[in-house]
Design a protein around this ligand. Structure first.
Ligand code: 9D3
Length: 221
């Protein structure tokens, strides 16, 4: 998969996407990730990317010209152009699965200011938020989505069991898990888990997962 990111902060992406599983996916050629500085598509001396809103009001808006030029030079026939903004629909695992099917994603990240509406209307196929909290810009959301999508690409997870496990623990939070020692600072591992009775262990885990989900995420039940 090819992923392009158009951002005012390309340096933020160094680090998170150069480690661990994403690093391996990139070296293996499973993910071709490229970062682009939006200011590279300006033509004025000050590299202006924003301007004041018509009608007044606080803040600035990302102006259309640099974003249109950038997207028109980066997008191909099969590109999904995705805006990151607090007004987008909320990103979730089903969207990650859908994006993982695409050949080419182009993320356009916002800033603490909005987009000129014509960017939405004329360029974007989708607009995503990662949740109801306010960040300073869309770079972290882009990285979150890239991470969630990349691990779903065929061949990225060495041990495919991790993906299989997700579908069978479907819709519930994880049950409590323990490793050695069997007793730590006076706290013993639940008897069932050391019993060797696999049917009973499976029942215990499901019951625990339900209790935990009811307490923490009743919206999932
Ligand atoms: C005046 C209204 N504000 C929206 C709540 C303006 C505003 C705040 C912060 C506009 C942009 C931003 C920067 N955030 C993002 O670009 C962003 C974001 C986020 O803040 N939370 C969750 N997901 C995302 S995706 C992009």
């Amino acid at each position: 998969m090819k992923i392009d990111v158009l951002t005012l902060f390309p340096a933020m992406f160094a680090g998170p996407l150069d480690e661990s599983i994403i690093k391996r996916a990139r070296s293996a050629g499973l993910l071709d990730l490229a970062l682009h500085q939006l200011r590279d598509w300006t033509h004025d001396r000050h590299k202006t990317v924003d301007d004041r809103p018509f009608g007044g009001g606080p803040g600035m808006l990302l102006k259309p010209e640099p974003i249109f030029e950038a997207v028109e030079s980066l997008a191909r026939e099969n590109t999904r152009v995705i805006l990151l903004s607090p007004s987008g629909r909320k990103f979730e695992q089903s969207i990650a699965r859908e994006l993982a099917q695409q050949e080419h994603l182009l993320f356009v990240t916002g800033h603490y200011e909005g987009f000129d509406e014509r960017i939405r209307e004329m360029l974007a196929h989708d607009e995503l938020s990662i949740g109801d909290y306010v960040l300073t810009n869309g770079a972290l959301p882009a990285m979150v989505i890239i991470d969630a999508v990349t691990r779903l690409l065929p061949g990225v997870l060495g041990d495919e069991a991790s993906v299989v496990d997700e579908s069978f623990s479907q819709g519930l939070l994880e049950y409590p898990q323990y490793t050695r020692p069997a007793e730590f600072r006076g706290r013993k591992v639940p008897e069932t888990l050391v019993s060797g009775n696999h049917a009973e262990i499976a029942r215990w885990r499901l019951a625990q997962a339900k209790v935990r989900t009811q307490a923490r995420r009743p919206d999932l039940i």
